[in-house]
Write a protein that binds this ligand. Structure first.
Ligand SMILES: Nc1ncnc2c1ncn2[C@@H]1O[C@H](COP(=O)(O)OP(=O)(O)O)[C@@H](O)[C@H]1O
Ligand SMILES: [Mg+2]
Length: 383
């Protein structure tokens, strides 16, 4: 066995491609006969014959029959001396050759089957993982719907509180010492705040299909809405958002809810990135126009995106975040939303400075727009 095979416990035996005998078989592609090799080893000064002869000697091999699959040595059959002491005839060798080839095919099939089994196992593991994450995503979606429902339920009682408190404020005698006006005003303020939150929640939770009417959307409003929805969370995380955009029309055709969701996802990624390396930071959002496109740039001060994962970040379920923190769906959802809007998303990243995600959406042109000098190369910027 030393002469030609690698044997390791628990692993399939494999041919030792370095062994002299294997090299010879691979090269000559014909049976090795011990007596012939012995003769050659005596006649020739080349050490190769002797090595092959010695290996055959260790194996007690009278003949070694190779078989080939796709021109590559796939296995070999070792025949010892015949019990009768006679030599092997060419008919004998023929029969054994056929046997060796059959064995090669059988071994190949077994290996292939083994591989397929391993692949099936691997795939099943992946599927189970994906299924788990889908269930989680589904749960999140359900939570969104539930939150929308709850918000809707709360909206009516809130309206009742607000109307009543406002009525009280309007009708009560300001001089009456028994009435605590300040408290009433506090109630009014607090109720208004609740109403705003509830309304935002309702807008956010609305499924794209329900509110899926495509309309003209101002991207500046989209960004403002996303920021205002996140404002509490971002304040908690000590993250400041700086928006740079001239007031004006940034019109695209699309679904405002989906576009808000997209911007929200990218802002949250920026927040996560910053929080990885520091306690507070800034996110810069810029809105730009070219003659054909609107561009949103979202820049963070995070650690940047390593080259080895850059090609994967848009893959569904790709995440570098801890379990429960990231599903890895954000960017893939963003990408599908942007593609639906005939746009593009790209990013630039610098490991020392952070990352900038750029979203480009085809713009709806406003009649009478004036072409201006173009700071961005080929495209014309319009104010
Ligand atoms: N602004 C960013 N800075 C650094 N890495 C980012 C940024 N945005 C996305 N990534 C990387 O891309 C991965 C995928 O993002 P995403 O699809 O939103 O999923 P998730 O946020 O759930 O991980 C993140 O886990 C992170 O590794
Ligand atoms: Mg994300």
């Amino acid at each position: 066995l030393k002469a030609g095979c690698n044997l390791k416990k628990g692993q399939p035996a494999s041919i030792d491609r370095e062994s002299a005998m294997v090299v010879w078989l691979d090269h000559h592609k014909e049976p090795l006969v011990y007596e012939e090799i012995k003769q050659k080893a005596e006649d020739s000064p080349s050490p190769a014959f002797k090595e092959v002869k010695d290996q055959m000697g260790i194996l007690n091999a009278a003949v070694v029959l190779p078989s080939f699959l796709e021109d590559k040595l796939s296995n070999f059959l070792i025949l010892g001396d015949k019990l009768s002491g006679k030599i092997y005839t060419s008919e004998d060798l023929n029969v054994f050759s056929i046997l060796a080839t059959e064995t090669a095919i059988a071994i190949e099939n077994a290996l292939l089957y083994g591989n397929i089994e391993e692949q099936v196992r691997e795939r099943t593991r992946e599927l189970i993982e994906v299924q788990k994450q889908l269930i989680q995503a589904e749960k999140l979606a359900t939570m969104g719907t539930l939150a929308g429902g709850v918000a809707h339920e709360i909206n009516n009682p809130l309206a009742a509180i607000l109307t009543n408190v406002q009525m009280l404020l309007a009708t009560c005698d300001p001089q009456d010492p028994n009435i605590d006006r300040e408290s009433l005003e506090l109630i009014e303020e607090a109720t208004k705040r609740c109403r705003t939150i509830v309304q935002k929640l309702m807008t956010y939770a609305k499924k794209p299909l329900e509110s899926g009417k495509i309309s003209e959307v101002n991207l500046l409003d989209v960004i403002k809405n996303a920021i205002s929805f996140l404002s509490y969370q971002l304040k908690q995380d000590d993250i400041k958002i700086i928006t740079e955009a001239k007031e004006g029309d940034y019109l695209v055709i699309g679904n405002p809810n989906e576009l808000e969701q997209m911007v929200t996802n990218i802002i949250l990624n920026a927040r996560d990135a910053i929080r990885l390396i520091k306690k507070s930071g800034e996110i810069h959002i810029r809105l730009l126009k070219t003659s054909e496109w609107l561009k949103i740039e979202i820049e963070d001060e995070g650690p940047g995106i390593r080259k080895d994962i850059a090609s994967k970040i848009f893959d569904p379920f790709f995440t570098t975040k801890d379990v429960g923190k990231g599903l890895g769906l954000g960017l893939s959802i963003c990408q599908s939303i942007i593609e639906k809007h005939n746009g593009r998303i790209s990013f630039k990243s610098d490991l020392d400075k952070g990352s900038t995600f750029t979203i480009q959406l085809p713009r709806v042109k406003v009649a009478g727009a004036i072409k201006k000098e173009n700071p961005y190369g080929q495209e014309n910027f319009i104010d």
